[in-house]
Write a protein that binds this ligand. Sequence first.
Ligand code: KIV
Ligand code: ZN
Length: 511
Amino acid sequence: MNDRLYIFDTTLRDGEQSPGASMTKDEKLRIARQLEKLGVDVIEAGFAAASPGDADAIRAIAETITNSTVCSLARANERDIRAAGEAIRPAKRGRIHTFIATSPIHMEKKLRMTPDQVVEAAVMAVKLALEYTDDVEFSAEDAVRSDIDFLVRVFDAVIEAGAKTINVPDTVGYSIPALWGERMKELIARVKNADKVVWSTHCHNDLGMAVANSLAAVMNGARQVECTINGLGERAGNASLEEIVMAVRTRRDVFNCDSRIDATQIVPASKLVSTITGYPVQPNKAIVGANAFAHESGIHQDGVLKHRETYEIMRAEDVGWHANRLSLGKLSGRAAFKSKLGELGIVLDTEEALNAAFARFKDLADKKREIFDEDLQALVSDEGYAAEHERFKLVSMKVCSETGEVPHASLVFTDDGSEKRADGNGSGPVDAAFKALESVVGSGADLLLYSVNNITSGTDSQGEVTVRLAKDGRVVNGQGADTDIVVASAKAYLHALNKLDSKLERAHPQV
Ligand code: KIV
Ligand code: ZN
């Protein structure tokens, strides 16, 4: 059996379906560049038919990326396939990933189609996709709850039509490893020409088993895993890329295969995705959590000092920890700044954007002695947040917080260019700042989440704040970074308001 495991990353598509995680074209491009550096085989860049913005982002990624295949999702209908085909056209290697649901519940209640109609649509979709690329993947949505005889029938038909990758998704995160491995094995045994295609798995984490189920599929013949950085994705998320890659690499004796991932790029990729989406990584998350390689107990510390392998099965530096290099300082010039951004895969399109980012860097260098790669990522993101859709922008603010007194915030911000003032009291300085802004803007949005993370360590570190707001069924995440977390909070609140204000409408692939 082939010993190459293909990594299909869907952070930019399934990952983006996490509430509030929608990304701008520039943000998607930055992540795509990092995924290419990481060495993923396929980047699912989006769902072209969802919106003109999605199609545009896929096209931009297809124009930029050369070492990974660029893929668009498409439902099994003509409009979606044509939109996907057009979006991936500039790619050096482009893939169309088409899908249709095959479980009785989805066919009857959602699609209102008979099984015969589903087979017909699947075959039509694959044949049409082949007009755009010879790299066509087919997924049987909700394969976990589909009748296995029907799955065999659908897969026989789409392979006959020309599909090169067959994906078996656990769309609802319902399976358990033994059953999922068994299902993969039976499909490969029963489907005609199974040896002519790559078998793939795509698992969701509703019962916390997405990674375990994916690995069970690999042990039973799957050679592509669909996954996301940090396990981002619909509901409880998708299988996490870093866990799959490191499990297979660390236990090669069990899996007999490996990916071409450059694992030292894992932690930088994790930090980038977390910064851009505003989804923090839990400290005890495997591989990329802040504590993943920290030894707290004396016995463990003693063991590691004497012989590292006593308590460590992987080396932190092999997955990109300590890549947190000192980047630049107060005296660094514009050329060094530009070249460092290049190294981090950050391209600022205009001189104006570069100048603005450099001015912010100087400002930060005045407040913070050492500037790390992560600071630069945050700084450029912060620049991006402001540039995207800038109805509201913070000009200045003042907060008074004193024991025994009611905290008060006064802010100056611009609303479509005209200056406004806001004043408010609150239970703390952040609450006062949000109440002040809301008293003038009157968005009526509900605050779903407020979180602060330090970008690097130390009390002079920049704080990165995420604010999640919901209004009329839309959920958005706003981010802001600053060495002063109250300022970062106000920026994050205004960023979220800007996102709510932009009327971006996207269709959901599964609807
Ligand atoms: O979860 C799922 O079934 C999907 C498909 C579109 C592959 O995301
Ligand atoms: Zn999915």
